[in-house]
Ligand binder design. Structure first.
Ligand code: SF4
Ligand code: SF4
Length: 79
């Protein structure tokens, strides 16, 4: 189980989440930041730090945002 970054992050470049992640698994992509699901330890620190509430635990990602789960997996597969 990992945390996932969703649509409110797009175009947002403040990256408060990156600063607080203890395992450094949040990476900048072309249009948004991504959490590496294989490295995330689900501590929740990033969720609290995000000013636009873009971060959810995977199970709690809203229905219309669920494609962001696959988008993150694809992002790290192609790195
Ligand atoms: S803090 Fe939120 S909006 Fe900012 S980069 Fe992280 S996920 Fe995106
Ligand atoms: S839940 Fe914790 S480990 Fe996972 S991305 Fe957020 S800050 Fe990093």
């Amino acid at each position: 189980m990992a945390f996932v970054i969703t649509s409110p992050c797009i175009g947002e470049k403040a990256a408060d989440c990156v600063e607080v992640c203890p395992v450094d698994c949040i990476v900048e992509g072309e249009d948004q930041y991504f959490i590496d699901p294989d490295v995330c330890i689900s501590c929740g620190a990033c969720e609290l730090a995000c000013p636009v509430s873009a971060i959810y635990e995977e199970d709690d990602v809203p229905e219309e945002e669920r494609h962001f789960i696959d988008k993150a997996i694809e992002f790290f597969k192609n790195r």
